[in-house]
Ligand binder design. Structure first.
Ligand code: GRF
Length: 220
């Protein structure tokens, strides 16, 4: 489906920005009906800022260390997002916790991607934690942001196997490949207004049911 009006998306990133790149690429390919109105970072060295500049997207760096409180930082970020006409806030490796001020400014309009199958392994260094735990699968989760850390309603998940000889880097790369598929897709569903939140459950209107189940290691 191609929409007449593109969803105005702001992407917040602190790091390399491969998820941002997947959103840029799919927007340019016309698969994603989103216009990235701003890429904002708290880190002036973020690769995400360079990727945005290369794509001709407006960028802004607001360093959290210039503010006394999280709320003051968030107020400045919110003002910049509003000024850019943001309709959806997309966190893509944004290494700051979102305060109540930020949440209230964009109710149910902030999403995040997390490199684990929530509610397992919230927080940081979760690829390593999944390996050390001995989990046979991990994956990634796109979710709405609420007041908790990685606790908001889940929009979509992808799973990947964990192998015996995996290390953090290999597993992170395997998960990232899936992140680059499900994050733009989740944004597209929101652009198409197909995402309904009921309590903690999210339904995508007219989505198909997945038919496969996975076992690792495989039986027989
Ligand atoms: C990804 O693993 C994402 O799940 C997490 O931060 C990382 C960002 O990677 N929230 P990138 O900057 O998009 O490459």
């Amino acid at each position: 489906m191609t929409l007449n009006k593109k969803l105005r998306v702001a992407v917040l990133a602190s790091g390399g920005g491969t998820n941002l790149q997947s959103i840029i690429d799919q927007s340019q390919e016309g698969i994603l009906d989103a216009e990235i109105c701003l890429v904002l970072s708290n880190n002036q060295d973020a690769g995400a800022l360079k990727r945005a500049q290369q794509a001709g997207i407006e960028t802004l760096c607001i360093d959290h260390r210039d503010f006394k409180t999280r709320e003051q930082f968030d107020q400045t970020v919110v003002a910049a997002l509003k000024k850019a006409g943001t309709e959806l806030v997309v966190l893509a490796g944004f290494m700051r916790i979102i305060s109540e001020i930020f949440l209230q400014a964009f109710p149910q309009k902030i999403i995040n991607i997390h490199p684990a199958l929530l509610p397992a392994f919230p927080g940081l260094h979760v690829q390593q934690k999944a390996i050390e735990y001995g989990a046979k699968f991990s994956g990634c989760t796109v979710h709405f942001v609420d007041a908790g850390v990685d606790t908001g309603p889940i929009i979509a998940q992808a799973i990947v196997p964990i192998f015996n000889d995996d290390n953090e880097e290999i597993l992170a790369a395997r998960i990232l490949e899936q992140e680059h598929k499900i994050y733009p897709q989740a944004i597209q569903w929101i652009a198409e207004k197909r995402v309904k939140i009921e309590g903690r459950c999210v339904h995508i209107e007219d989505s198909k049911n997945v038919t496969a189940a996975f076992i690792n290691p495989p039986i027989r």
